[in-house]
Design a protein around this ligand. Sequence first.
Ligand code: MLT
Ligand code: ZN
Length: 464
Amino acid sequence: MSKRTVLNLKELKFHLTPDQVVTDSDLLTLYGQDWLKQWNGKAGAVVFPKSTEDVVHIVNWAKSHKISLIPSGGRTGLSGGATALKGELVVSFDKMNHLSDFNPVEQTVLVEPGVVTQTLQEFALERDCFFPVSFAAEGSSQIGGNIATNAGGVHVIRYGTMRQSVLGLEVVTGEGKVLNLGRGLIKNATGYNLMNLFIGSEGTLGFITKALIKLLSPPPKDPLVFLFSVENKSHIPKLYQHFKTQIAPMAFEMFTDKALNHVMESSDAVFPLENRSPFYILMEIEESDKEKAFDLFEKALNDNLLQDGTLSQNQTQARELWKFRENITESLSEHQPYKNDICVRTSVMVEFLDEVEECLKKQYPEFEVIWFGHIGDGNLHINILKPKNLEKDSFLKQCEKASAILFSLVKKYQGTISAEHGIGLLKKPYLNYTRSEEEIELMKKIKRVFDPDGILNPGKIFDL
Ligand code: MLT
Ligand code: ZN
């Protein structure tokens, strides 16, 4: 058991209102962990800043008392990045959730970190713009967390990751300094891009207190969704190439029949294709590409690259088709999956998958392994399900051994052990499978520059 910190909150409360510091036991548990729940995190207290000044006050207090701070957004993370293991002070951004300063000329909006992803998507649409970052947890995830993990999602192939949507950041460093970075400039050739350091830093360098977000326009009008069944895994990258050379799909997602089984078991959805197949592709396109996409579909069907398919006829059907992909994570949650979020270059994906499958089957024949992911960008989610009769601890130990095998293959194919979920606690022991010792040393030096006392999300990504 790690030693828990005892927090003396009297001084901290001095500048804050009573509703901003919480110590109710169930809230300490709720705010002490993310969706992964692999660790029984529990906060020592939860503080809810309402402004940048509050964050500065909290950081300065923590700095002078050597208290560790854990940032908390929507807690939808899947790598333990927002877990409080030792009774640390959790800083929740729930009360910093304002959107302001919409700029119709530049199509930017200033958001506080606690703005929910879906709220920003809706805000954009109401102004005839589009915020493209989209994933299953968008109804709860917050923009600050998305930036801190450089969130990906289903539209990366067309619009990039969260990084591509950020034009400015205000951050409070571990020294309590407020930095105004990026400033909305598209071009700026004045030395190092400090803003980019904070994107994907998992709250270890500074707390994001404002973000200037770039919106796009016009929003895609009534996107259509194709669902294809595919017999042969090696056809998947060929299909992606087939479509993307002629049209620009917004999403190109894959899931296996095993993944579909779990979705079907946990819902009353009716699968629209006549026959089941080992793999499925969900492709989202713009309405204007409909005819071209249909011709390409027919050609792929004739060439036997795919077996069957259906196309949404309206937005309700499009949403229904999306559910077969988006509901996978939730349908697996009762099996306490050990999650993996790897990425390899798309041209080597099939070869990589074959090797991984063979290895896991040989070493862990008793484990059910579920694949799905963002095939268009090489990001695969490999979920190992816990057999019902296996104790959680021995399951995790076996998964850790399996990780070493999987990550050796990731290294062999020069991929990454995390594409979008982040390192957090879950992947910390394996960071050196993707980053060199020199890189890790440099990252630690950078951490010390922004957070010399090591109070910001300590123990995440690496140990100092
Ligand atoms: C997804 O793509 O659905 C998410 O990254 C969640 C997950 O991996 O379970
Ligand atoms: Zn994903």
